[in-house]
Design a protein around this ligand. Structure first.
Ligand SMILES: [Zn+2]
Length: 131
């Protein structure tokens, strides 16, 4: 059973119980596979932020769930590989960021300068977190 103290902005994932975060209305339809786009427009969705849970988005009514296999891009915090995108707009991977640190980047600003991460401005429709 779930605690009954969730607000509409922090519902819990029906699979793992982690507190989800509401994502912008544009994000889910842009990132689920084409067959699910209509469904993704039908209600508000929340992001499950647990790294271990296969659910990426769950609907406000908690009936509709989109797993990692229903989303067109790997979700960075649910995947471990170096080839996973961290900055979806600029195409920067975890490995790119790791290499920039090995090559001397010491601050987020230096990593950003070395990799180009954070310069895309299209997170709303490219980043699974919507931001
Ligand atoms: Zn979950």
């Amino acid at each position: 059973m779930y605690c009954n103290n969730s607000t509409r902005d922090d519902l819990r994932c029906p699979r793992c119980g982690a507190v989800g975060r509401k994502v912008p209305a544009e994000t889910v339809p842009a990132l689920v596979l084409p067959a699910y786009r209509q469904l993704a427009r039908s209600e508000s969705f929340f992001l499950c932020r647990s790294s271990h849970c296969p659910i990426v988005y769950f609907g406000e009514n908690r009936q509709t769930q989109f797993s990692r296999h229903s989303v067109s891009v790997p979700v960075w915090f649910k995947e471990t590989g170096d080839d996973v995108l961290i900055c979806y707009c600029s195409g920067v991977t975890r490995g790119d960021i790791r290499r920039s640190v090995l090559q001397g980047a010491r601050t987020p600003a230096e990593v950003k300068k070395a990799t180009g991460a954070g310069d895309g401005g299209q997170c709303l429709t490219k980043n699974p977190a919507g931001a």
